[in-house]
Design a protein around this ligand. Structure first.
Ligand SMILES: Nc1ncnc2c1ncn2[C@@H]1O[C@H](COP(=O)(O)OP(=O)(O)OP(=O)(O)O)[C@@H](O)[C@H]1O
Length: 244
């Protein structure tokens, strides 16, 4: 087990966003998290990387309960994790190559030559080797997401968390991102957690799909079981409210 949440609750003031979450994610697995807007998906992802702390419960990443760690200890755990944010979160004043190199420069003792080599290799992986010297504002949304992915894999982390990686992209670009997510799993044996609204993407990339409804996990199954679920809330969500 690489990630394990035990009895996790999260409230903002009096509002309970996540209720009694128990979730185990295996090494090498891709888990998709689906659910309506505001159901708590992003909060769940943030708990897994320590950007939010649970109000109660445990968040195990490998052999550490990160809910108990201070910022410095958390930083060490995060070196083993990559995150692809919803809006890419690139530094606008840095080139694509510098964005990908940023974490390596901050957190490793690699030489500039070694970093340059890694940046080239990762940009090549995401199909952007010719864009190293571009600025983020010269790229499309899908290209920015790919740069963000290159940055997330630069450290060769064991875990990658994706917050809506295909939202706002056309179907072809969304398909490219999905293939890259699958590539990181198959070739790099990464464990991935992907928050998405995109059911085609969830079916394609995920070993299992977790559905959150009003802060609770109401289904945790493979794609076939989700598609054929007898739970009305699941059917309504996956069919976009169009009950069939
Ligand atoms: N820092 C915060 N302070 C207060 N409330 C918050 C905070 N972060 C999230 N919330 C609330 O928690 C709820 C769940 O938010 P979250 O972003 O996890 O939902 P989501 O399922 O990812 O939604 P979406 O699909 O729209 O991104 C929302 O009602 C939101 O307003």
């Amino acid at each position: 087990m690489l990630i394990k949440l035990i009895d996790v609750n999260k409230s903002f003031k009096d509002y309970k966003v996540l209720k009694n979450i128990n979730l185990s994610i295996n090494k090498g697995e891709t888990l998709a998290i689906i659910g309506a807007s505001g159901s708590g998906k992003s909060t769940l992802l943030k708990l897994m990387i320590g950007l939010e702390r649970p109000s109660s419960g445990q968040v195990w990443i490998k052999n550490e309960d990160i809910a108990k760690l201070n910022e410095e200890e958390l930083d060490k755990v995060r070196l083993n994790m990559g995150m692809v944010f919803q809006y890419s979160a690139l530094f606008d004043s840095m080139t694509v190559a510098d964005n990908v190199a940023f974490g390596l420069r901050e957190h490793s003792s690699l030489t500039e030559a070694e970093i340059g080599h890694i940046v080239e290799e990762k940009l090549n992986t995401v199909g952007l080797k010719d864009f190293a010297n571009y600025m983020p504002n010269e790229l499309s949304g899908g290209m920015k997401k790919r740069v963000s992915l290159a940055r997330a894999i630069a450290f060769e982390p064991e875990i990658i968390l994706y917050d809506e990686p295909t939202s706002g992209l056309d179907p072809v670009m969304a398909g490219k991102i999905d293939k890259l997510i699958k590539y990181t799993q198959e070739k790099m044996h990464v464990t991935s957690v992907v928050v998405t609204h995109d059911m085609d993407s969830a079916y394609y990339i995920a070993d299992r799909i977790a559905m959150i409804y009003e802060g609770e996990i109401i289904a945790l199954e493979d794609a076939h079981a989700i598609k054929t679920s007898s739970d009305k809330r699941v059917q309504e969500f996956i069919n976009g409210g169009r009950i069939i």
